[in-house]
Design a protein. Structure first.
Length: 102
């Protein structure tokens, strides 16, 4: 009979140890879970900040390219207009206008 009571105590102690071990694992798992969510949140914030910076850089590049294209278009139309005037003068256009006015 004494042997049975000793074995029951050992089982109870073992069950308490198992319960404590499982409880410790649960707490550790919860801490790791919270750490993982924090790291995910931090990474999301970093990625969003990086995307915003890239978007701003791309907007600046687009503005610079737009300014360059606008300047080239102005130069092109200035040259075309000058060529038209020069062609008109060389073809005797001024003399034709003077003949029409007189």
């Amino acid at each position: 009979m004494f042997a049975q009571s000793v074995s029951v105590r050992i089982v109870v102690v073992d069950e308490n140890q198992i319960f404590n071990y499982i409880n410790d694992l649960r707490k550790e798992s919860k801490k790791e879970h919270e750490l993982l969510h924090k790291r995910i949140s931090d990474m999301k914030d970093e990625l969003l900040a990086e995307m915003k910076e890239i978007r701003n850089e791309q907007a600046n590049v687009n503005r610079r390219m737009d300014n360059r294209v606008t300047a080239l278009e102005r130069w092109k139309w200035t040259i075309v207009g000058g060529a038209i005037v020069l062609g008109f003068v060389l073809s005797g256009g001024i003399e034709a206008i003077q003949n029409l006015l007189s």
